[in-house]
Design a protein around this ligand. Structure first.
Ligand SMILES: Nc1nc2c(ncn2[C@@H]2O[C@H](COP(=O)(O)OP(=O)(O)OP(=O)(O)O)[C@@H](O)[C@H]2O)c(=O)[nH]1
Ligand SMILES: [Mg+2]
Length: 463
């Protein structure tokens, strides 16, 4: 195994709980735990069978004082999370007890674990690959059921399998191309060249598909950033309140009520939304409102999705036309509000302006709650048109993986261009190797200490 020292940490969250766990991993995990443990029959943990839970007490060896009544789980190498010997001391979940036990195991020779060090050892000892280690973090952090599902699949190795099969294909192509290096150019058969090119294009296509899954998965993981925008008084804050079903933002009949961006969370069919109510956009002198307008404009720029609200009971104004222009290139859902009042707006006007392929016009009444389900449906579909609930298939959910796939794709493109353009065959070979390395980085075949430090430092201590 990779490490010599034994690490220890509190693996359960800080605070009060029914149970708390101090976890040890390494060659001395069992002997260190045994040094502070006393079972009624004076049985040693070292003699325990694998994967057993032993009842007893934690005793401070310096004073003989009893610290807590515990259960110790014994997992021997290699059948454990880290593939090393692991002892998990299950005690009562109070911080004083947990800290005291941690202190005792450190005194007995364990070292305090770094963030993510248990999982890092699982990776270094070959139990999981790097993408699976990262999935552990995603799983812990997932905020929706869909996010959890993606993480579990990745943890089970679905992404790893896909990457490995792509790498296998690429390795084959690479080997084939490299045999040509010593050949004179004109001796390469045209038919074999065509086959090779087709194989390269095949892998290129798979990389493109893989890359596309990232944005959708990102929405599920991080939330879809959604800005409610429009000129003053069209009912943006009323819409936020209606969607949240609570009186979150101040609503008045006076234009310019909202000044700051108000951010809230909303869950639509498992899709988490970071939804922002913004100040109505208009030309103003008032310094506070002016700053509000600036922030609204920034929200439009940064949002994944914009809900542009218009007041259907009034004729459209210059500010509305400007708004349509502003959101033209964004993924936008248009909400025509106040449909409980007589309609004045000419709807045909919108259809000629809605040019983004996913954009839609939805009729709503924020005060009456009409059209909200249709609006939610439109929000979901606008970003996740092709997303099938409970879908199968590999998803790239992690930014580091996405960048690696992008780089692999770029190299692949250069390889194809070089090969197709009859450039020296070495160039194709080099680019293919590069693509292979970039994919290898996802599962950790090709990695550096620096990358590992960055990945595992994001974990909590004890995982
Ligand atoms: N009849 C009717 N009135 C509405 C509806 N939605 C909002 N209003 C009214 O329109 C006025 C403005 O609503 P707000 O929600 O404050 O509008 P806003 O767009 O947030 O305005 P600013 O914050 O000033 O930009 C209030 O008097 C609301 O009661 C609706 O669906 N029907
Ligand atoms: Mg408002």
């Amino acid at each position: 195994m990779f490490s010599e020292d034994t690490i220890a940490a509190i693996s359960t969250p800080l605070g009060e709980g029914g149970i708390g766990i101090v976890r040890l991993s390494g060659d001395n995990a069992l002997s260190i735990s045994d040094g502070i443990f006393l079972s009624p029959g004076k049985k040693s943990l070292l003699d325990s069978k694998n994967r057993r839970i032993i009842y007893g007490h934690i005793i401070d060896p310096a004073t003989g004082a009893q610290i807590d009544e515990v259960l110790v789980t014994v997992m021997r190498s290699p059948n454990s999370y880290t593939k090393e010997d692991i002892a998990e001391i299950n005690c009562h979940g109070g911080m004083i007890t947990l800290r005291k036990i941690l202190e005792l195991v450190i005194k007995q020779g364990a070292r305090l674990a770094e963030p993510g060090e248990f999982t890092r050892r699982a990776f270094l000892n070959g139990r999981i690959d790097l993408s699976q280690a990262e999935a552990v973090l995603d799983l812990i952090r997932s905020r929706t059921d869909e996010g959890r599902r993606i993480a579990v699949e990745q943890l089970q190795g679905s992404l790893s399998e896909k990457i490995c099969s792509l790498r296998d294909g690429l390795t084959g192509i690479c080997a084939h191309v490299e045999t040509y290096i010593d050949f004179p150019e004109d001796e390469i058969e045209t038919a074999s060249k065509k086959d090779l090119l087709e194989s390269m294009l095949g892998i290129h296509g798979e990389l493109v598909t893989l890359l596309k899954t990232y944005d959708e998965a990102r929405f599920f993981r991080e939330g879809l950033s959604t800005a409610i925008v429009g000129r003053p008084n069209v009912g943006k804050s009323s819409l936020l309140n209606a969607l949240l079903q609570k009186d979150r933002a101040i609503v008045t009949e006076i234009p310019g009520t909202t000044r700051d961006v108000i951010e809230e969370y909303l869950n639509i069919r498992g899709l988490p939304l970071r939804i922002m109510d913004t100040a109505g956009i208009r030309d103003v002198k008032d310094a506070a409102e002016k700053e509000g307008v600036k922030r609204s404009l920034r929200s439009i720029e940064n949002a994944d999705l914009v809900i542009a609200v218009f007041d259907g009971s009034e004729a459209l104004r210059e500010e509305d036309f400007q708004m349509i222009q502003r959101v033209k290139s964004k993924n936008t859902v248009f909400a025509l509000n106040k449909t409980d009042l007589p309609s004045v707006v000419d709807e045909n006007f919108f259809s000629s302006f809605i040019i983004h392929p996913s954009s839609l016009l939805i009729h709503i009444s924020a005060t009456r709650g009409d059209g909200l389900e249709e609006l939610k449906e439109a929000i979901f579909n606008s970003c996740l048109k092709d997303w099938k609930e409970g879908r199968e298939g590999i998803v790239v959910a992690n930014l580091r993986h996405k960048i690696a796939v992008e780089k692999a794709l770029e190299s692949m493109e250069r390889a194809i261009n070089a090969f197709d353009g009859n450039l020296p065959i070495e160039i194709t070979a080099l680019e293919l190797r590069d693509s292979l390395d970039k994919l290898g980085g996802i599962v950790g075949i090709v990695t550096t200490e620096e990358i590992l430090n960055k990945i595992f430092s994001e974990f909590c201590i004890g995982k």
